[in-house]
Design a protein around this ligand. Structure first.
Ligand SMILES: Nc1nc2c(ncn2[C@@H]2O[C@H](COP(=O)(O)OP(=O)(O)OP(=O)(O)O)[C@@H](O)[C@H]2O)c(=O)[nH]1
Ligand SMILES: [Mg+2]
Length: 335
């Protein structure tokens, strides 16, 4: 029986069914056709993954005492920062806040860390890093060596947070071996557990990500996906806004300010997205999308899962029009 797996995503290779995961024209190949296409042509193919398998992987990790790196995307913090802990056991966990490069440079890291503590983050260590800029990767590697309980170090998190990117970078920086894990802006790029030996003391284990069903990334086409994925430092966009004005983000989201005093709204979104301010009473665009009414308190963020957030200074009532599957929630302002 062939048990060879794709070195990009971990799926078992097969040459029988083009429509199924792991297909390759030749079993001698290292990569499945999907990884080959992502790597060589930037062509993506979405694989719908159920979380059940991933939760099983997390529970298996929970039976060990091994060190876990929980990677989160700073531009897409989960609603509950402790969410994934429920599946783990007594593992030591380092919270790795990735994509520091997309947050405005002026944001103080201490502020983010104390914000997360205030939110009840239960991690013995937290660190902001950027795989793109190789930022704080030395510090992270030292932490790993200090905190590891055995040679195995699991890299877990939501899909698209940068788990495979981090492993490729750690390998490039500190190993004589190399890894060529597939990376893409699409959810569920990695499909299986993949163990990679960094040296005699450290084995990194990549895992598929937990899929967040409430994230916009599951409900848009590939061109839009590329657009909403912030690649550079986010430039905050501030609008002075009055009742009955609305903000429209591309063809994705409409935000109507329906009740409240004069207010200030600041968007934190990919710079590639266009935002237009309009008169809500004269504009019907996007009103066919599902509407959610949200009461904002002073200094809160309105988070549109997968897209970004809107910092709102004063209290007021907002109607959000967005795909019905997308989760919208408020939190104390992060920045
Ligand atoms: N701006 C920025 N983008 C990053 C960084 N790290 C990773 N990315 C991008 O984030 C996207 C997802 O990266 P992956 O490494 O594939 O993420 P993953 O967690 O392995 O994703 P799955 O395997 O799908 O669960 C890719 O487009 C990466 O280029 C970072 O530090 N900064
Ligand atoms: Mg991956």
């Amino acid at each position: 029986m062939n048990k060879k797996t794709c070195i990009g995503c971990g799926v078992e290779l097969q040459d029988q069914n083009m429509l199924q995961e792991g297909y390759t024209t030749n079993l001698e190949n290292d990569f499945c056709q999907r990884c080959f296409r992502i790597k060589n042509y930037g062509e993506y193919q979405v694989v719908a993954k159920s979380n059940e398998e991933y939760i099983e992987i997390l529970k298996e990790v929970g039976k060990t005492k091994d060190l876990v790196l929980y990677i989160v995307d700073l531009a897409n913090l989960p609603r509950d920062i402790n969410d994934i802990k429920a599946y783990l056991g007594k593992n030591p966990v380092i919270l790795v806040l990735n994509k520091r490069d997309v947050l405005p440079k002026s944001v103080k890291e201490e502020k983010i860390l104390s914000y997360l503590k205030e939110q009840g983050a239960l991690y013995e260590k937290m660190i902001l890093v950027s795989c793109r800029n190789n930022y704080h990767i030395d510090e992270l590697f030292q932490l790993i060596q200090k905190k590891q309980k055995s040679r195995n170090v699991y890299v877990i998190g939501h899909t698209n947070s940068g788990k495979s990117s981090l492993i490729n970078l750690l390998m490039k920086n500190y190993s004589e071996n190399s890894s060529d894990l597939t990376i893409s802006p699409l959810p569920s790029t990695t499909l299986n557990k993949i163990s990679i030996e960094l040296n005699d003391h450290v084995t990194l284990i990549d895992t598929p990500g937990l899929v967040d069903r409430g994230s916009l990334t599951n409900y848009i086409d590939q061109a839009t996906l590329k657009k909403i994925n912030a690649k550079k430092e986010i430039k905050p966009r501030t609008f002075q806004i009055r009742k009955n004005q609305c903000l429209i983000v591309d063809d994705l989201v409409r935000i109507d300010y329906v009740e409240g005093e004069k207010n200030s709204f600041t968007f934190y979104l990919s710079n590639s997205l266009k935002v237009k301010k309009m008169n809500a009473l004269k504009q019907t665009k996007l009103t066919d999308l599902a509407k959610q009414t949200v009461e904002m308190k002073y200094y809160e963020d309105l988070v549109i899962n997968g897209l970004g957030w809107l910092k709102v200074v004063s209290k007021g009532t907002i109607d959000v029009y967005v795909d019905k599957n997308v989760e919208v929630f408020t939190r104390k302002s992060m920045i």
